[in-house]
Design a protein around this ligand. Structure first.
Ligand code: ADP
Ligand code: MG
Length: 255
């Protein structure tokens, strides 16, 4: 076969996100301790660990919802510093979905999706609506476009939140326990949406304790405890052969 084929099928070596020696304190409290993490373009990372271990803080630092005090965070070759231009550039690349969907209750589903494209990106309304409908179809709720968030189930609201992020055309998606506020019967529909997103090649970092999702989708699982990355591995290895006692203890509690 020709080289061209080999090259097109090869996973890219491009780095999407890099954290180098990152530290963060909340006052006296050392919440992130020397975090080193490189995420390749198209890579899917699952982060797990006990409550309070710094998972949310770490991913919130990636788009500057929290500020780190030491070390480097680089997203798409842009270094995250106090420079507002860099922060804006990085936020353009990075979409985020939270446990609580944070939809605007007084706006319809469609308006939630078009707000930022129209007002931040200055996109014409019609184009923003077309793009929003495209993503609402992708998350399988185009028929809810004119409803208000309060009229939707939790699972549907979270899918709107995902569609809303995608409308900004991010290159990276961060998820912070997107299913942990949902009733059990709604978890699968949100995970399915995330699996489909992973299939498109999106770079994803997902904080989740949904280990079925991790096994199916993750290229790497990262275990955090007390502000440190304790262990990381391919899902197979991570679940079948955890190395650290802290990882073993955590897995015995959640599996
Ligand atoms: P996780 O997402 O793993 O549960 P978090 O990143 O939310 O952990 O929190 C890590 C630690 O930092 C916890 O002990 C939490 O209480 C503390 N923390 C989180 N946010 C703040 C804040 N804004 N101010 C002070 N402490 C915080
Ligand atoms: Mg958290």
């Amino acid at each position: 076969m020709s080289n061209t084929n080999v090259q097109t099928s090869k996973k890219t070596d491009e780095v999407a996100i890099q954290l180098k020696g990152v530290h963060k304190w909340y006052g006296q409290f050392h919440v992130l301790k020397n975090i080193n993490l490189t995420v390749g373009r198209g890579e899917r990372i699952v982060i797990c660990g006990p409550s309070g271990s710094g998972k949310s803080t770490m991913i919130r630092c990636i788009n500057r919802l929290e500020e780190h005090q030491q070390g480097d965070i680089i997203v798409d070759n842009i270094e995250l510093t106090g420079n507002l231009k860099n922060i804006e550039a990085i936020r353009r690349e990075v979409g985020m979905c939270f446990q609580h969907f944070n939809l605007f209750p007084h706006l319809t589903v469609l308006e939630n999706c078009t707000l930022a494209p129209i007002f931040v990106r200055k996109m014409p309304k019609k184009e923003a609506e077309e793009i929003a409908m495209h993503y609402l179809e992708r998350v399988k709720i185009p028929e809810q476009a004119d409803k208000y968030p309060g009229q939707l189930s939790g699972g549907q609201q979270q899918r709107v939140a995902i569609a809303r992020s995608l409308c900004m055309n991010p290159r990276v998606m961060l998820f912070d326990e997107p299913t942990s506020a949902l009733d059990p019967e709604m978890i699968a529909e949100v995970l399915d949406t995330m699996i489909e997103l992973a299939d498109t090649g999106m770079t994803m970092i997902c904080v989740t304790h949904e280990m079925g999702f991790a096994r199916k989708v993750a290229d790497r699982v990262i275990f955090m405890d007390a502000g440190e990355i304790i262990e990381e591995n391919k899902p197979e290895e991570f679940f079948n052969n955890p190395q650290s006692d802290r990882t073993k203890k955590f897995l015995s509690q959640i599996l």
